[in-house]
Design a binder for this molecule. Structure first.
Ligand code: AMP
Ligand code: TRP
Length: 346
């Protein structure tokens, strides 16, 4: 018998504009998970400051991600929505994990290497230690399932390694404190569906990203119908018609990406999309994709605008979520302190 009830946790950084990759790779699946699980969704502002953020922009982006969660259909009453910095356990537990994780583990993180680039000496210590904070986010709630896009796979493996090492290093104390064999669960990553890695519209070998300098590379959640249609019309493709089977997408990164986007937006598989569009030219497929994208995204953009007109309401949602998240996280942290041997008020 495990003492871990199923619980979902995931986070999105309030940096730059939310795009179709965030929506299809993460937010759509956050919405689905609500049907079957208790869910906690976090706007990870403490992760954002691992690289410098303009303060006013950070506040704006935190509200924007929250608005996107709500507009997409996340229920902040039945579940929990909050911003990370309001729950102090994230920082507290991350410190403990800084002392559990090994330098060698973090040195292997490919996202740090990408983000730090050539000038590693000048990267913040926070950017290096970021996966430990991410493990703390998840494990503060003893979360068992974490829906994310493909790019977070390595970080989730690290969270599992941290949980396993903590369970191992403190095994005797964990048992003595009445927690049985495992204090932390070994979290399952949920990386599923046709859009776990949405690629740039300009280059099918690079992922769609908030930091790409070309706005034509991505569809922002707040783009209007015209911008969406224009970006898809200009999207890079090859001259061949679409194949009728998914095998025919091999070696055609741009075609595969657009078919994956269509499938995810329509809630279908790529196979089903190719049954309908096999043999079609991009000149026919792209307008159909644009219509579908506008139909799905325009109502969300509209609802986001409505919500963002009342920042007081958004902030109140975050405060309420943080209060409820704190209660859970503080209980975990008390247990961690007992297991480690820290004296605390009881
Ligand atoms: P971030 O914006 O980096 O905080 O990412 C928030 C969530 O969106 C994470 O679960 C990412 O894995 C996911 N995500 C980001 N970019 C993409 C992409 N291009 N395709 C699919 N998922 C993505
Ligand atoms: N690191 C994730 C990203 O950049 C965001 C994140 C922070 C997260 N903490 C998390 C995702 C915990 C899942 C679980 O996309």
């Amino acid at each position: 018998m495990t003492r871990f009830a199923p619980r979902v946790f995931s986070g999105v950084q309030p940096t730059g504009n939310l795009h179709l990759g965030n929506y299809l790779g993460a937010i759509v699946r956050f919405v689905e998970m609500q049907e079957t699980h208790d869910c906690i969704y976090c706007v990870v502002d403490m992760h954002a400051i691992t690289v410098w953020q303009d303060p006013a922009e950070l506040t704006r982006a935190t509200r924007e991600v929250t608005a996107a969660f709500l507009a997409a259909g996340i229920d902040p009453v039945a579940h929990i929505v909050f911003n990370q910095s309001q729950v102090h356990v994230h920082a507290e537990l991350a410190w403990v994990f800084n002392c559990v994780a090994r330098m060698g583990w973090l040195n292997r993180m490919t996202q740090f290497k990408e983000k730090a680039g050539k000038d590693r000496e000048n990267a913040s210590v926070g950017l290096f230690a970021y996966p430990n904070l991410m493990a703390a986010d998840i494990l503060a709630y003893l979360a068992t399932h974490v829906p994310v896009g493909e790019d977070q796979k390595q970080h989730l493996e690290l969270a599992r390694d941290i949980a396993a090492k903590f369970n191992h290093d403190f095994a005797e104390s964990i048992a003595a404190n009445g927690y049985g064999e495992e204090f932390f669960p070994i979290t399952e990553p949920l990386i599923t569906g046709p859009a776990t890695r949405v690629m740039s519209l300009r280059d099918g070998t690079r992922k769609m990203s908030k930091s790409d300098p070309s706005d034509y590379s991505r569809i922002n959640l707040t783009d209007d119908a015209e911008a969406i249609a224009l970006k898809l019309r200009k999207a890079k493709t090859d001259p061949e018609p679409l194949p009728s089977e998914t095998d025919g997408l091999k070696g055609r990164a741009e075609a595969e990406n657009l078919v994956g986007i269509y499938a995810a937006l329509a809630g279908e598989t790529k196979e089903a999309v190719l049954r309908d569009y096999g043999g079609a030219q991009f000149s026919n497929f792209k307008p159909a994709l644009a219509d579908l994208a506008v139909a799905k995204l325009a109502p969300i953009a509209g609802e986001m605008r409505r919500l963002l007109a009342d920042p007081g309401h958004i902030d109140a949602v975050l405060v309420d979520g943080a209060d409820r998240a704190s209660e859970i996280a503080m209980k975990t942290m008390d247990g961690v302190k007992d297991v480690i041997g820290f004296i605390r008020k009881k």
